[in-house]
Design a protein around this ligand. Sequence first.
Ligand code: CMP
Length: 145
Amino acid sequence: QSEKTLALIKPGMYDHIGQVMTEIARAGLKIIRLQMLVLSREDAMEFYAEHQGKPFFDNLVEMMISEPIVAMELMGPSAISAWRRLMGPTEKDRARMEAPNSIRAKFARNNTYNAVHGSDSPASAEREIAFFFGRPGYFPTTATF
Ligand code: CMP
């Protein structure tokens, strides 16, 4: 049974966008929609609303708006857990200890600049896919360099 999830390639990952997409394809997942964009502060705060009030929230928002990101809708068998397995644990040190070949083990700089994001449940996948791809007329700012 096919499933969908939202994947983000976060700021700081420009040089590794191709490698992340290759790993997604080799894991048997399909990239069915993709956009490079720059989040506004308001959008970043809304996307991560569940983390409002946590000590890392302000740094998280600043990080997310600091550079272009790549948003992708992924589809495949158990896409949510398959993409989370590719990403590895959220925290850099745990990723390096527990999943040394994971994307975060290879590319996370710290617990904020942790390379990638993935939806954590079917409900959040639905919300997050709709956030990036489900709003008619929503065109977030195009990347500029
Ligand atoms: P993400 O999986 O996108 O979900 C929340 C984000 O907050 C996380 O990745 C990191 O970018 C950031 N973050 C920063 N510090 C922490 C922390 N201590 N625990 C969890 N997430 C953190």
